[in-house]
Design a protein around this ligand. Structure first.
Ligand SMILES: *[C@@H]1O[C@H](CO)[C@@H](O)[C@H](O)[C@H]1NC(C)=O
Length: 398
């Protein structure tokens, strides 16, 4: 445990040394350039949340193969932690969910949460200063998703959208529906890949190491406020060398915090995609997003941020944070999960399944591919046949 604590402290120092975003990473590869490169139409839309964040959404309105063929049913895709709209397009037309949905006749909108590469703007706050970073995934659920989904419905004139989320994009879905009930009539169905609500059985080594220190109630938030998460390269190299097997490819991937969190040892990794992934990911987040997940790992609850007893009383009028109302969710929901998921473990997904109202939970599909990991839900080999054909079929039949 001493080693774990030492690494935890290292990690903290790495966070405290937060530097301005994207340092050293080329920004020439974006969702727009990727989609244009494949010849599909792409639009950018900005929307301001009620607390001032300016978010960019990307849209593939129709397929390059059909042209503009009139109004289409709308799908809204929401990425996970440290990710962005690029997730859904970087694998190209044969494997990227956004293109596959476009070919299936949908108007495809992709969200970007506050703080990522495409949504690092605010009406009054500068992302170079700390107050901008005072948020976590609870805020994505109560501010970002309402602003984006309302805009999509306004812009398209659709009555409802189908929702697809990955990882934190599923957590924020649960937050949204638990906190803002009016969305039950705006979301036609939800399709949740690698769903994350309860987290106490998470296997991610990076998270396990961080949790004892950083998952405490009150952890550093009162002292420092929040900050942009910046994983220093030296730190990730060190940590990667400690936990990753010494194959050249996993060593390379283990310099990227996304793989350190989500897993690097999958046989479904398409090696050809790694440079594209490295060019767009990690896409940025606030440290409080990580701290909140680590709190869940420690506490065993799926509940709001724990600020410690004193501030909890001020925020919530109770010593402990309120739990999210997963039982009350009424949107028809489909879960897709797997055995080798470091973030959404089988035990935790079971807790979620058996907590949800059976009339809302339409299906819970456990992939037969036992080695499929958290990140494979975005970029795994043969993902169309293994996963996306089913998801698209479920969206159609919902
Ligand atoms: C791996 O990704 C590349 C780049 O998108 C793609 O051309 C190739 O078909 C993929 N390989 C497999 C087996 O899916």
């Amino acid at each position: 445990m001493l080693v774990a604590q030492a690494i935890g402290i290292f990690l903290l120092l790495g966070l405290a040394a937060a530097l301005p975003a994207d340092s050293g990473r080329s920004s020439s590869v974006t969702t727009v350039t990727i989609v244009q490169g494949h010849g599909y139409p792409i639009e950018e839309h900005s929307v301001q949340t009620s607390d001032g964040y300016i978010l960019t959404m990307h849209r593939i309105p129709y397929s390059k193969n059909t042209g503009n063929d009139g109004p289409r049913p709308v799908v809204f895709l929401m990425h996970g932690l440290l990710c962005s709209s690029s997730d859904w397009v970087l694998a190209g037309p044969h494997a990227g969910l956004a293109y596959l949905l476009s070919e299936a006749g949908y108007d495809v909108w992709m969200g970007n949460a506050r703080g990522n590469t495409y949504s690092k703007k605010h009406a009054t706050k500068s992302p170079l200063l700390q107050p901008f970073w005072n948020f976590e995934w609870h805020d994505i659920g109560i501010y970002d998703l309402p602003a984006m989904i309302d805009y999509v419905i306004y812009w398209t004139g659709a009555e409802t959208v189908s929702y697809v989320g990955h990882s934190q994009g599923t957590t924020s879905f649960f937050v949204l529906n638990s906190m803002v009930p009016r969305f039950k009539s705006r979301i036609r169905s939800a399709h949740l890949l690698a769903p994350v609500a309860w987290m106490d059985h998470m296997e991610s080594p990076l998270a396990k190491v961080g949790a004892p220190l950083l998952g405490q109630p009150n952890a550093f938030v009162e002292v420092f406020g929040s900050a942009e998460f910046f994983a220093s390269t030296e730190l990730m190299n060190l940590f990667g060398a400690l936990v990753c097997k010494d194959e050249a490819i996993s060593q390379f991937m283990c310099t990227n915090v996304l793989f350190l969190l989500g897993g690097w040892d999958s046989p479904y990794q398409n090696v050809t995609l790694i440079p594209e992934i490295m060019a767009t990911t990690p896409a940025g987040c606030s440290v409080n997003q990580l701290f909140h997940y680590l709190q869940e790992y420690n506490s065993g609850y799926f509940r709001q941020f724990d600020y410690g007893k004193t501030r909890n009383k001020k925020e919530y009028s109770s010593k402990t944070p309120p739990e999210y109302n997963v039982e009350g969710i009424e949107v028809p929901t489909y879960l897709y999960y797997s055995d080798n998921d470091y973030f959404a473990s089988l035990v935790d997904v079971d807790k979620l399944r058996y907590t949800m109202n059976p009339s809302a939970l339409k299906s819970a599909y456990r992939l037969p591919e036992v080695k499929w990991n958290h990140i494979d839900f975005l970029w795994g080999l043969n993902i169309k046949e293994i996963l996306y054909d089913r998801v698209i079929n479920d969206i159609k039949n919902a």
